[in-house]
Design a protein around this ligand. Structure first.
Ligand SMILES: CCCCCCCCCC(=O)SCCNC(=O)CCNC(=O)[C@H](O)C(C)(C)COP(=O)(O)OP(=O)(O)OC[C@H]1O[C@@H](n2cnc3c(N)ncnc32)[C@H](O)[C@@H]1OP(=O)(O)O
Length: 180
């Protein structure tokens, strides 16, 4: 089935913001996190940027492959906010096409290609040198829709309690990406 953009999804061009301050991918409270910033696109698509920091190295001066996969995972996961579906990554298949030096800004774009029951299929690319530059990484993913219980049942109680008692209703909602 074709994916359906939620009527309350942020308008094209709007920043999505962090879903959780402690998230390694997008949180502002993680000193060594990716601080990835995603912006809604048309349909069920988005763009995102992430600049590789010294803390993200694998080989000297180059981004760690796992960190690049994290950037793709976070970008693809952010698509759920446009569907207003709670989902987790079940499968992430990544191609590393070019090495990415520290200091590089990765220009990511992602879209949901199909939805089948609980399964959400999506794809993403990361380009260097600008949004139209050469592809450095790409990924295809399968996200699986879950209930909010997935996080409540499996997350460490300390963080679950802190997130659930956040007085900011939007932050509380977005920590679990709950359909409001
Ligand atoms: C809070 C919001 C976050 C927003 C942004 C964050 C971005 C980052 C996103 C992440 O990184 S999430 C963290 C990484 N992922 C996980 O920790 C998930 C761990 N895995 C699980 O909890 C379970 O395996 C999972 C919920 C994914 C599936 O278990 P279920 O028991 O609910 O599903 P089930 O096994 O019944 O499978 C449902 C369907 O999906 C298919 N499926 C599940 N896992 C699959 C897989 N790995 N590959 C292919 N197909 C898979 C499965 O075959 C089946 O297909 P059919 O309906 O056609 O039979």
């Amino acid at each position: 089935m074709q994916p359906v953009r939620h009527p309350d999804a942020p308008a094209p061009g709007e920043l999505l913001g962090a879903h959780y301050g402690q998230c390694f991918g997008c949180g502002g409270d993680q000193p060594h996190g990716l601080h990835l910033e995603a912006r809604a696109g048309e349909g069920v698509s988005l763009t995102a940027e992430f600049t590789v920091q010294p803390a993200h190295q694998g080989a000297p001066g180059l981004a760690h492959g796992g960190v690049l996969a994290s950037a793709l995972d976070e970008t693809l996961g952010s698509l759920n906010w446009l569907l207003r579906t709670i989902a987790v990554t079940g499968r992430l298949e990544t191609d590393f096409v070019r090495p990415v030096p520290v200091g590089t800004t990765l220009h990511l774009e992602a879209e949901v290609t199909a939805v089948a029951g609980r399964k959400i299929y999506s794809t993403a690319t990361g380009r260097v040198g600008g949004p139209d530059g050469p592809v450095a990484v790409r990924a295809d993913a399968l996200f699986i829709e879950v209930k909010v219980d997935h996080f409540v049942d499996h997350g460490r109680q300390e963080e679950i309690q802190a997130a659930m008692s956040d007085p900011d209703q939007i932050r509380r909602t977005r920590a679990f990406e709950v359909n409001p």
